[in-house]
Design a protein around this ligand. Structure first.
Ligand code: ZN
Length: 222
């Protein structure tokens, strides 16, 4: 399996310039987020994984562990496999002006401090402007930015900022709730604890009422 690593941070294609109302709204702007063309060297990763296990005193010659370095290499290649992303948008013909929110999008990623997984749900929304986004793209955005070593704070902000920069909506909001295995299976072993992060732009950042509505629709209040 050949995998390609995504850049860290992602290299974004140049943002689409804002269009004046009524000009070119029917065209389909190119909202493409690039992956990166750095090839993954699975053989080198496998050798390094074998060295890593040996250095930790793990007997990798034991029958059950013989394939483990190769599996480790493939597992991390899969976790870091950010694909290029095409953000399909449509003209907001109905003039829909209320919040669009995708709630509880499951995600998993790897913390960049320990290279241990953290996972949870993302609530991603925006107030529509001239264009609206294909609904599945909200989940794809999370998936794209999660496919690399991450911090929860950065992942939250990257999704919100990307939406803001590419779609130019009046406001965006992202809330992530996640359980970090580096906190639950080691260190403080805070089993069951979750970490919540949020990022808001535009109206959702400045208007407390709009933000409260976002949090209520996401099921995060009351
Ligand atoms: Zn960690």
């Amino acid at each position: 399996m050949t995998q390609e690593l995504a850049p860290e941070p992602a290299e974004l294609a140049p943002p689409v310039p804002r269009r004046a109302p009524g000009t070119g709204l029917r065209s389909r702007p190119e909202l493409r987020i690039a992956g990166r063309d750095t090839a993954v060297d699975l053989a080198a990763a496998e050798r390094a994984a074998a060295d890593f296990l040996a250095a930790l005193g793990v007997d990798a010659d034991r029958a059950g562990l013989r394939e483990t370095p190769a599996r480790m290499a493939r597992a991390y290649a899969e976790l870091f496999d950010a694909q290029p992303l095409q953000l399909t948008t449509f003209p907001n013909d109905e003039g829909y002006g209320e919040l669009v929110l995708a709630r509880a999008i499951p995600f998993r990623t790897v913390c960049e401090h320990h290279l241990l997984p953290f996972s949870g749900v993302a609530h991603v929304g925006y107030l529509p402007g001239e264009r609206i986004l294909g609904l599945s793209k909200l989940a794809r955005l999370v998936e794209h930015f999660a496919a690399r070593p991450q911090t929860q704070e950065r992942l939250t902000k990257q999704v919100a900022d990307c939406l803001a920069e590419r779609l130019h909506p009046p406001g965006t909001g992202v809330v992530l709730e996640a359980e970090h295995s580096c906190m639950t299976v080691r260190g403080v072993r805070a089993l069951g604890s979750t970490t919540v992060t949020s990022a808001f732009t535009g109206t959702l950042s400045t208007d407390a009422g709009a933000r409260a509505e976002f949090l209520a629709l996401a099921g995060l209040t009351g």
